[in-house]
Design a protein around this ligand. Sequence first.
Ligand SMILES: C[S@@+](CC[C@H](N)C(=O)[O-])C[C@H]1O[C@@H](n2cnc3c(N)ncnc32)[C@H](O)[C@@H]1O
Length: 453
Amino acid sequence: MPPPDAADGRDPLAARAVALAVLRRVERDRAYADVALDAALANSALDTRDRGLATRLVYGTVAWQGLLDWHLAHLAGRAPETLDLAVRLVLRLGCYQLLVLDRIPAHAAVATSVELAKRVAPAAAGLVNAVLRRAARERATLPLPDAADPVRHLAVAFSHPEWLVARWLELFGVAETRLLLAADNEAAPTVLRARPGERDRLIADLAAQGIVAEPSRYAPDAVEIDAVAPHALAGYGLGAFTVQSEASQLVALLLDPQPGTRVLDVCAAPGGKATYVAELVGSRGLVVAFDRRRRGAAAIATGARRLGIMRLAVGTADARRLPLAVHERFDRILVDAPCSGLGTLRAHPEVRWSRGPADVLRLAALQAEILHAATAHLAPGGALVYATCTLSAAENEGVVEPWLAAHPELERDHAAAHLAPAAAALVDASGALRTLPHRHRLDGFYALRVRRR
Ligand SMILES: C[S@@+](CC[C@H](N)C(=O)[O-])C[C@H]1O[C@@H](n2cnc3c(N)ncnc32)[C@H](O)[C@@H]1O
């Protein structure tokens, strides 16, 4: 029986069933939420509104999982991890609609969840009904952990793991940590990169398709749009734009690649920065791009073909052992290192649950090795950018400080000298680019530029 809010003729279960299938892939197979969602939407017949709803349900339920499980433990009288996966996910999805979203009527959230349960775990439909009805009744008075323990309180209230909250409290203090945690739970804007210098034309082309598009604040080719599934927009296949966050565009710009420059990018997949740099160095320049993953390297080549880029050579290689002659040197090197990704929780909410302190240590050691190997190929007078999309000090200052101490031939180069004037606000006291979701509405990136004397 369809739930009671099916008044507009749409199937109220359609978007929720897609969201549930994606949540199952994220939890059971450790899939990336965005990748699993893109695949599910590509195979679905959902209309635009339902695509938007499914997207919201997936990102929101994953982001708010910590808070939802806290409330579920209270409402169900048992730890959520003791429930079958399908039941746990239906309950999280229902609780997200009841406790976090404010536009879905309670009766619709409960009824659709019970119908979903009948499909995937029929024996638990009664339990789902009872728990969610209780959630609807008690939602204004559900308890949170005592604020006397700020780590636990903030971790639950803003749905982040405790270890991460403890780190952010040390780095940012209480007031700013609250803002950062809140910003992590907002949706990231969808940002495109126009072909260099063609931003106005792209905005006009998008407007002709009825897409609201605005120039971004800091990166000269960045355009923010109000649309889901940007890869499906006209012009993508023809190379009119690339989907790339503004912070990521800024890292490529920090390299300041001039026409004719030879550039090495050692961790290049899927190629957002490598293709941008290749567009900027033009037909007289060259970008040599490596990635350890063969499929990653293939994605760079596909992107280059779509954009009509000729001067981008791609290879599969471990950046700690680059397949380059010892004497080979480049004018610019980008080390966009594999990292914990903790600055991108808006776009990748699952990362907060899949990473732990041990990953940070392991990645910091890997980053140091990659940086050391890449430095050997920097030409005198050339510049290297070390970048991460994490806020963890161990992977940023913790990597670059010992590296600079070991390389007296390198000197810091102030980021503001290489970016548009508006981006000066994004440069910290050490001269590094440092973007933060809560201060700048950008993903949290760190990028240091150094020059070889
Ligand atoms: C932050 S991502 C790079 C993003 C890319 N620069 C872009 O803008 O699209 C880090 C990349 O490092 C790659 N990677 C991880 N370990 C590596 C290693 N030892 N050598 C080379 N690449 C590695 C990963 O496969 C991943 O594609």
